[in-house]
Design a protein around this ligand. Structure first.
Ligand code: GUN
Length: 287
């Protein structure tokens, strides 16, 4: 039986610490941290993610504003909103929910956000800083994965880590963070050969393949720790990850569940990033 890495619990503890710190600042007369979330169009999954971010802000004592924009919004109107939020001294974090409708240039949108307010950590200034091993606002899912591993006292140094997926949101930043922790890192993707063999050799497997029942026991070994990042819906509408949990959980060392694993951590780190940006804006020291 594997140790179940309870992302819900770890995220709750992180949120409580953030909340306590924010309460102290407010007690000293400072304003609340402010997060602005932009949602373009009506993608159902994005609507749920944004609603969850809004709820987490409310519970943690943050000011959140959701900008719901029509799917056919003109590019200039979206950029005008971003420039306005960049200038607004009460806004610490700006997040534009992805994916965006086809006619909007994703990369230009990411680069329009003030890097100091880029709580997604997607701006090239922040990804460049991560690449160079300098302090930066980190992509939330990747940073959340590292926190989960630290919570089980995973000893990173010298371990073989295999990351499935090379997205800018999850795979690449997770690989760099693991490298910064002195893991020996392999990034696998859709063109990788002999994936099961590579996975079987790994001490740590991070999967963001987006495929139900993709990770079976032949990808594992008894000492392996598995972080399942994906959120898939199966034929019955149930939320599942990449791992065939019923078969894999009994034969590995530790594993994250889906739901209740990486998902809650992503939101907790978003709040932490907003707190970091807030401290920087108000020139506060970490309490
Ligand atoms: N869509 C899926 N994940 C993310 C995320 O972490 N940030 C944003 N902005 N959009 C997403």
């Amino acid at each position: 039986m594997a140790q179940i890495i309870d992302g819900k619990l770890i995220a709750r503890n992180l949120r409580q610490n953030i909340r306590k710190e924010v309460e102290q600042y407010i007690g000293q007369g400072f304003r609340k941290p402010g997060l602005s979330v932009i949602l373009v169009g009506d993608d159902p999954a994005s609507q749920i993610y944004v609603r969850n971010k809004e709820k987490a802000c409310e519970k943690t004592g943050f000011e959140s504003t959701i900008y719901k924009l029509p799917a056919d919004i003109a590019k200039d109107d979206l950029f005008d909103l971003i420039y306005k939020l960049n200038q607004d001294p009460t806004v610490d974090g700006i997040l534009c929910q992805l994916p965006l409708p086809q006619h909007l240039p994703k990369q230009e949108v990411i680069e329009a956000i003030d890097p100091g307010k880029d709580v997604d950590g997607f701006h090239p200034i922040n990804s460049g800083r991560l690449f160079s091993g300098i302090d930066s606002l980190l992509p939330c899912t990747a940073a959340g994965i590292i926190k989960m591993l630290k919570s089980i006292d995973f000893q990173f140094s010298g371990k073989k880590a295999l990351v499935i997926g090379r997205s800018n949101i999850v795979g690449k930043p997770t690989a760099i963070l693991l490298l910064n922790e002195n893991c020996t890192v392999t990034i696998a993707h859709s063109k990788t050969r002999n994936l099961a063999v590579l996975c079987r050799q790994a001490d740590l497997l991070v999967s963001s393949a987006g495929k139900e029942n993709f990770i079976t026991p032949e990808f594992t070994n008894p000492e392996q720790v598995i972080i399942d990042v994906s959120i898939n819906r199966n034929a019955t509408g149930k939320v599942v990850g990449d791992v065939d949990f019923a078969k894999v959980e009994p034969v590995v060392k530790a594993i994250t569940p889906v739901p209740g694993g990486v998902g809650p951590m992503t939101i907790a780190v978003l709040l932490e990033n907003t707190l970091i940006a807030y401290r920087n804006h108000l020139k506060l020291y970490e309490l």
